[in-house]
Write a protein that binds this ligand. Structure first.
Ligand code: IPE
Ligand code: IPE
Ligand code: MG
Length: 244
């Protein structure tokens, strides 16, 4: 793809699995199953394009409120994905990290996750950040608690805490802000996703349901992203000066 800006950090809200299944007269969980297969292709494609960080919203804090059966199916699917894909992820030089309140995960899921993380720990290609048991507000609350803890112990001075210092308390703080956020399924909302890192993200919404998502939609989103002018509050003249 000529003249395409590849976002350093791409994030995707993978939505619409249930509706995809319903449209076909299938149980919701089969939509999740198909959705997990799509993840494989998208991870490969984005790492080949040179994306450095790919964050996928796989399970939100609010998703814990879904029927028990659906939640356990999703946990099982995550276990299957991590066990089956670890070889392929390794071949693609992908490193795995998780963002979220992972202490809420069933023990078996957490163990499989830790195993996959350590198997891929030495890779230096794309970082795959799975947002699991993740809430944007929970992340900010957790960050504030970590910071308060250090302040109480006298290890940090609150007067020295500004935006960047506070950002260091987020989950996986080495991961930069999101450059491009894609949401599938036609919903035009954020649903408590990465509230801190989405502050100046470019947003791309598609009606495509996640199980029907493919590489072409990524390519189109990148073409659209390349045409956007990211001003970060400045004027376009200032940006032209910076670039010249
Ligand atoms: C996204 O698909 C997957 C998760 C939230 C786990 P949904 O299950 O939300 O599918 P819809 O939105 O009901 O179609
Ligand atoms: C957001 O989708 C969470 C994930 C994709 C994991 P939801 O389907 O849970 O979001 P809402 O409820 O439609 O906002
Ligand atoms: Mg949904």
């Amino acid at each position: 793809m000529p003249d395409i800006n590849i976002p350093e950090h791409l994030a995707i809200i993978m939505d619409g699995n249930g509706r995809w299944a319903k449209n076909k007269g299938l149980p919701r969980v089969l939509g999740h199953k198909k959705g997990a297969e799509v993840v494989r292709d998208i991870v490969k494609h984005t790492s080949q394009l040179g994306v450095k960080y790919l964050t996928l919203y796989a399970f939100s804090m609010e998703n814990w409120l879904r029927p028990k059966k659906e939640v356990s199916f999703l946990m099982g699917l995550l276990e299957d994905y991590l066990q089956k894909e670890v070889v392929e992820l390794g071949k693609n030089n992908v490193r795995l990290v998780i963002s979220g309140r992972t202490h809420l995960l069933p023990e078996k899921t957490a163990n499989i996750m830790d195993e996959a993380i350590s198997k891929l720990a030495d890779n230096n290609g794309m970082v795959l950040n799975l947002a699991i048991s993740y809430g944007g507000r929970s992340e900010i609350v957790d960050a504030a608690k970590k910071m308060a803890e250090l302040a109480i112990q006298g290890e940090i001075e609150l007067s020295k805490i500004e935006r960047d210092e506070f950002g260091q308390f987020m989950y996986n703080p080495e991961i930069p802000d999101i450059d491009l956020l894609i949401r599938t399924s036609g919903e035009i909302r954020i649903s408590n996703f990465m509230l801190w890192r989405v502050a100046y993200s470019e947003l791309y919404f598609t009606d495509c349901l996640w199980p029907d998502f493919d590489e072409k939609i990524i390519d189109n989103a990148f073409i659209e992203y390349s045409k956007r002018e990211r001003r970060f509050g400045m004027t376009d003249e200032q940006l032209a000066d910076d670039n010249g």
